[in-house]
Ligand binder design. Structure first.
Ligand SMILES: C[S@@+](CC[C@H](N)C(=O)[O-])C[C@H]1O[C@@H](n2cnc3c(N)ncnc32)[C@H](O)[C@@H]1O
Length: 357
């Protein structure tokens, strides 16, 4: 009998098996040659059908050679998307490892307590979304029963699982670190959401779904944490039905900063905060129409201040969680972030867009 959560459990456990003992070629062989060749053919022949391996499987290399650079593979249990292999650049792999570690550490009682007091939730969120913001997203996306929502860079499930809970919508969550996805899976099962929730390990810039298969999209503070912003927006657009809505928040540099201020800001914020172009232009280029652009900087500053105060108040407990050196590093980083936002070097915005015109 299929128990609630079985579908999502299989995905994570299989991917975990791929990390164990064997060398990567053996692990990939274990996935099945047919399946891998099929994926590669689909990637080169049918750009619309399957894009997961298209990014890093170069056409002239054999599927296996290309896949040797892969990091995680998983069989796909659902009819709505295809079996595939995720190939990660080193940059993305490092990023995923660091986000995965953060997600594990965020499970500690003192961290959950801090999260509840500042953000009004306890999912192990790793961005700036408060409960109030999640409720705003719920309204902007008009989420309800029957709507299919994709949350990209979902981490350990905040705010995606909350959105599914308050709206009744169907939810697919995508991220790269399995550590985060396992936490999301546990919460989905605990909250009774497993039957309408799928969790997939995938690169957001190469989503493994069929064209036009989602009605709504959210990504909270993901574009500032990933190098290929245009790739993510294009990939979302491909799998969006015409008229689908998308909300996303992102942390970015204030425009036209002098070099010194820019340097200070870059030290204080997410690694990929700098964007090659303004988000309005990236949305246009990827086939999205910008509907609203809302400045959330002052709410963000206030959360970051409370978080800093909360960290100080829980110094002993958090030192136990992180160790002295890491706790000190986090405090310094938090102070630098607060200073940069307060000085107007860094902002946080909410974008609302629609697929097509
Ligand atoms: C700041 S965290 C936000 C997590 C969650 N949305 C939240 O608000 O708590 C950014 C997330 O984006 C994910 N991410 C970054 N680049 C990604 C990519 N190319 N594909 C999928 N996820 C990605 C990271 O692994 C991380 O979980």
């Amino acid at each position: 009998m299929v128990e609630p959560g079985d579908r999502i459990i299989r995905i994570a456990e299989h991917a975990q098996a791929l990390h164990s003992g064997q060398n990567l070629a053996q692990k990939l062989d274990a996935l099945g040659g047919e399946r891998l060749s099929d994926s590669s053919r689909a990637a080169s022949n049918d750009a619309g059908g399957l894009t997961l391996s298209a990014r890093s499987c170069q056409p002239k290399k054999s599927p296996k050679a290309a896949l040797r650079r892969s990091h995680i593979g998983y069989p796909d249990p659902s009819a709505t998307h295809e079996p595939s292999i995720m190939a990660l650049t080193r940059e993305l792999d490092e990023l995923a490892c660091s986000h995965g570690k953060c997600a594990e550490l965020a499970r500690a009682d003192a961290m959950r307590d801090l999260e509840r007091s500042v953000y009004g939730c306890d999912y192990g969120g790793n961005g700036g979304a408060t409960r109030l913001e999640a409720e705003r997203v719920f309204e902007l996306l008009e989420l309800r029963l029957g709507v299919r929502l994709l949350d990209v860079g979902a981490g350990s499930g905040w705010p995606a699982l909350y959105l599914a809970q308050i709206s009744g919508c169907d939810l697919v969550m995508v991220d790269i670190p399995l550590a985060s996805l396992r936490i999301a899976r546990e919460r989905a099962v605990a909250d009774g959401l497993a039957q309408r929730c799928e969790i997939i390990a995938a690169d957001a810039a190469a989503l493994p779904f069929r064209d036009a298969s989602f009605d709504a999209f959210n990504h909270s503070d993901v574009l500032c944490c990933t190098p290929d912003k245009l790739g993510v927006l294009r990939s979302c657009r491909r799998v969006a039905r015409d008229g689908a809505r998308m909300t996303f928040t992102t942390i970015s540099l204030a425009p036209s900063l002098p070099a010194t201020e820019r340097g200070i800001a870059m030290e204080s914020g997410p690694r990929f905060m700098d964007s090659e172009e303004d988000y309005a232009a990236l949305l246009r280029q990827s086939g999205w129409s910008l509907r609203e652009r809302i400045d959330l900087t002052s709410a963000y500053l206030s959360s970051m201040w409370s978080e800093l105060d909360g960290m100080k108040a829980r110094a002993d407990a958090l030192t136990q969680v992180f160790g002295q050196a890491e706790f000190t590093r986090r405090m310094q980083r938090q102070q630098a972030a607060v200073a940069a936002i307060d000085a107007g070097f860094v902002r946080r915005e909410l974008f609302v867009a629609q697929a097509g015109g």
